[in-house]
Design a protein around this ligand. Sequence first.
Ligand code: NAD
Ligand code: ZN
Length: 342
Amino acid sequence: MKALVKKEAAPGLWLDEVPEPSIGINDVLIKVKRTAICGTDMHIYNWDAWAQKTIPVPMVVGHEFVGEIVHVGSNVNDFKPGQIVSGEGHVVCGRCRNCLAGRRHLCAHTSGIGVNRPGAFAEYVSLPMSNVWEHNPGIDLDVAALFDPFGNAVHTALQYDLLGEDVLITGAGPIGAMAAAVCKHAGARHIVVTDLIDARLERAAELGATRTVNVGRETLAEVQRELGMEEGFDVGLEMSGNGRAFNDMLANMCHGGKIAILGIPGENTAIDWNTVIFNMLTLKGIYGREMYETWYKMSVMIDSGLDISPVITHRMSYRDFQKGFDVMNAGEASKVILDWEN
Ligand code: NAD
Ligand code: ZN
């Protein structure tokens, strides 16, 4: 089968012919229809320090996908060929304390598809049945391909009550923009999104931001005054991974404000701990998606009219993958969809 492979310990990806994945008795074989390019794939493509120490080569990469089940192992009763599914990319151990208690997103022995085991930028991908999520009938395939990053947005955004709350989202990348859509859908009042790139802020506004702020030109304090907010934001969603953005957020939260942190900061990012303590802020780190509460909420929100499709900026055949990675590296794109059927 055709697959995008990290063939050598060097920048780039190779469209290569590799054997179809074999499946065990508990596995499901999926024919991939669409995939999306993630920031993680860009780290692997660019072969940065993280990728060099994490990715064994050769490796079929990619983890954001939707496809159709074509074969199931002999032990699999709940899935059958023909179903349209995506996969939870974190394969957990199933035996540790957290897994046994149903807190699988907290498993300390996670292996990632397209990172530690063969991924989804391929004609076929094999997954344990416990990692398969069936979509509701009629779902738009491009949207279905986004359930992994959409899940990061939903997992983060739904940490705290949103109805009637004022929310600050730092970072208008694809995940920040989708989080704005979720906050809007969930009934937040002000949804203020920050970034330094106007095109990204415009996309966030299209998805649900009620006020966008280019922090290169405006301060959050000014925006708070304009909106008549007296005490600061109730909920903060950190989705930039940028230390300045995070400190900006801390300085603009209300007393007792609650922050969920998805963005991954650089090493030794300093924050003002006095603000955290004296303002009694709650900080919570977020990783991945909850299995499968986040997935359930995603399907239900899409079903009830949430539209995240404006986050998709490019669609192309997998054969044109090089163009997809180039537009991602140029910073022009939000989500790039690769079509594996054409
Ligand atoms: P992205 O890099 O596309 O978006 C980040 C955005 O933050 C960019 O648009 C950038 O311009 C903006 N930014 C930079 N400096 C800023 C500043 N000072 N103020 C405001 N905005 C600023 O990333 P993404 O794919 O949307 O993901 C968001 C973050 O979440 C990334 O840090 C990513 O590594 C992280 N992530 C974490 C998990 C997890 O499980 N914890 C999963 C996926 C992604
Ligand atoms: Zn476990």
